[in-house]
Design a binder for this molecule. Structure first.
Ligand SMILES: [Zn+2]
Ligand SMILES: [Zn+2]
Length: 108
């Protein structure tokens, strides 16, 4: 975590108090308190450099066609999900395709 006091810039003397899914942080130097940014974090490395990316919801259509029936937002870490993010940015504005697609059967 790279957390710092927005008032005085202190980075060490900080205490976080969890309240449900919110975290209130108190600075031991200036006694300021603030709510920690509830932005999503990477579940792998706990980094906060994550991006919301539309992920395609793919269903098997008629024949061997796969059809995109919608999107949902997933949060990708710029470190752990670099490959997927790269794919997404190359194919924009198309949504990211999931790693696992519904099987299209033998159909060769
Ligand atoms: Zn402070
Ligand atoms: Zn990560």
């Amino acid at each position: 975590m790279n957390l710092s006091c927005p008032v005085c810039g202190e980075v060490d003397d900080l205490a976080g108090i969890r309240d449900g899914d919110r975290i209130t942080v108190t600075c031991g130097v200036c006694a300021g308190s603030w709510e920690r940014d509830p932005s999503p974090r990477c579940g792998v490395c706990d980094g906060d450099d994550v991006q919301g990316v539309p992920l395609a919801i793919v269903e098997k259509g008629r024949g061997t066609q796969l059809s995109v029936v919608g999107t949902r937002t997933v949060h990708l870490c710029s470190v752990c999900d670099a490959d997927a993010l790269d794919r997404y940015h190359r194919n924009r504005p198309n949504p990211l395709m999931p790693d696992e697609l519904p099987t299209t059967g033998p159909g060769t």
